[in-house]
Design a protein around this ligand. Sequence first.
Ligand code: ADP
Ligand code: MG
Length: 264
Amino acid sequence: MSGPLGRDPGGEPDRPPLIVLCDVTKTYGAGAGEVHALRGVSLVVERGEYLAVMGASGSGKSTMMNILGALDLPTSGRYLLDGIDIRALDESQLADVRNRMIGFVFQGFNLIRRTSAVANVELPLVYAGVRRAERRRRAEAALAAVGLSDRLHHQPSELSGGQQQRVAIARALAPDPAIILADEPTGNLDSVATAEVMELFARLNDQGRTVITITHEPDVAASARRVVRLRDGSVVSDRRQSPVRSVPSPAGEGVDEAAGAVPG
Ligand code: ADP
Ligand code: MG
C-alpha cells in the first residue's frame, strides 16, 4: 500500500504514516523583512524510522523541528501527525497531542536546576496527571533505560553534560511518546558523551521507537538509518543508509518486509 506521497516503506496497512509533511512552507516576518525558512518541504516518516535532518546553520532545521513537534504551524502546506491534521486542532488539543506523541530533547538539556534527576524526569508525568507512586516508578524506569539508576537523586549541577542529556532523554521517554524529537542533542557535548547519546538513540530505535534528530555533525547523522538534508529551506537529499526497523503492530504481528537484518 502506498502512502499519500507514494511511499510507504515501513508502514502497516491500516495505520497512517506517523508523519506526513506535504509542501510545507514557513515564512517569518512580512514585506522586506520576510524570511522563507521552509520552501515547500514534503516528507513521510514511518513508525520505527531513525531519521537525521542535516543542514548548515540557517537552513531551516529548527523551524522544521518546531513544526514536526507541533510547537509551531506551517505558513502553508499540510502536516499530518499520526493521521491528524495539526491545523484542525485548538491549543488544548495541540498540547494534548504533543504530550502524547512527542518527547523533546534540546541542545541545552533544559533541566530544572536544584532539582533531582528523578524529579526532572517526573515533570511531564505531573502534567499528564499520573499519580505520585506511578510517576516515581516510571521515572526510575526511564532513568534505568538511559543507564542512570545510580544518579536518581543527583541535581543537574552534579552531573556531567552527557549525563544531563541522558536525564533529558529519560524525561522525554517517561510519557512513552511515539517519537523522540531532538534538536542538536549533542551540540554541547564532547565526543565521548556524543557517542553515548548516539548509542542510546540507536538502542531506543532498535526497541521500536521513532527517533528524529537534527544535527549538523556528520558523525551523528552516520548513526541514523535515514538522512534528510536541508539547504536554504528545501530538502536537497533524502538517503536511506539502513533499513527501517520493523515495528510490531498493536496485535503483535506483521513484521514489515522492507526491514532487513538490523546491523550490530
Ligand atoms: P537552523 O536550525 O537550520 O539553523 P532555523 O530554522 O533556526 O535554522 O532558521 C531558518 C531561517 O529562519 C534563518 O534564516 C533564521 O534566521 C530564520 N528564523 C528562524 N526563526 C525565526 C524567527 N522566529 N523570526 C524570524 N526569522 C527566523
Ligand atoms: Mg537550529
